[in-house]
Ligand binder design. Sequence first.
Ligand code: GAL
Length: 381
Amino acid sequence: MVDPRLAPTPPMGFNTWNRFGIEIDERLMTETIAAICEEGLRDLGYIYVNLDDGWMAPERDALGRLVPDPQRFPHGIGPLADAAHKAGLKLGIYSDCGHRTCKGLPASYGHEREDAQAFAAWGVDFLKYDWCHVPFEDFPGRTHAEVAQILYGRIEAAVAAAGRPMLLSMCNWGDGEPWRWGRGLAHMWRTTDDIVDAYRRETSGWSGDLSTIFRLNAVLDEFAGPGGWNDPDMLEIGNGGMTTTEYQTQFSLWCLMAAPLLIGTDLRAMSEDTRRILTNRELIAIDQDPLGRQAVLADDRDGICLLTKPLAGGDVAVGLFNERDAAAAYAIDWRRIAPTAAREVLARDLWTGEQRRVRGREDCPVLPHETRVWRLSAALD
Ligand code: GAL
């Protein structure tokens, strides 16, 4: 059983994959650690700095140990973990259930114990564990869900035995519905294929665009909660494939869905818009709310989605997402979704900062692909 106290709220940080793929090295990591601190992101809660696929050398060493790529990480992983810790951050690493990672590098099948020990010895705090090249033939008659439970169980036990607390991120793309059995084996579980940096893609492929991923994850609200979170994959904000409105939508929807917030862009070169989105404190507070509830898709008609997320202390977050390509308006019945006993309700728009008293129903305009978010609270007088 993983320790649920490692993820009382959805994990936040940075991961190399979406922006850099396997083009990663220790300089990128060191500069990212510096940027997270300088940009004030650490103090907003983005504390994990995570390596994804590509950090390891093409083969294990003569003793069977997993080794960092000597060109890209000449000083190894330990010093990076030390640098992260010195900066008040935590270091994440990546491996895979199978013989090889998705990029064909050595992975942990049959080496779970020694790899977990190496990660612990290096000072690693977070392990993303992928699902490529799994030898299903070794598990005749077993379903994918059963094999996943065996292999994620093995790494969970190996990490526990290694003795260093590590947040476990299960990355099996929703195969076998991990939201039904992932709690206890990991602190977060991917619910979908990989996200691509596009709002909507006409061709269907292995990976999913923003609106597809949102729809797959939005209906899984009952499975998220403190200690274990649905993971609709990482943020694409800042990577260039979507408009600012669409990136605001990703951030809004991810916060409403209590998703892990793993930044996937180059933090050394953020635009003003990217910075503004990723540092929206009030949205982050919705994601990190201690009650730990994922928003419910309360209404879903003609491409307009209404999401409501109860918050600790009785407030409610409300999201209005216009999935369509044309501007729209939706009549929100504030009193129906407001904090129950309140006679009058304050609605604070978390993107504009505008705050007003609301009552009854009101037509709320919403731009194409936009998501508006309000925080409702009881008006005190
Ligand atoms: C995929 C995973 C991605 C990334 C990639 C690395 O399976 O879903 O998030 O880790 O592998 O090769």
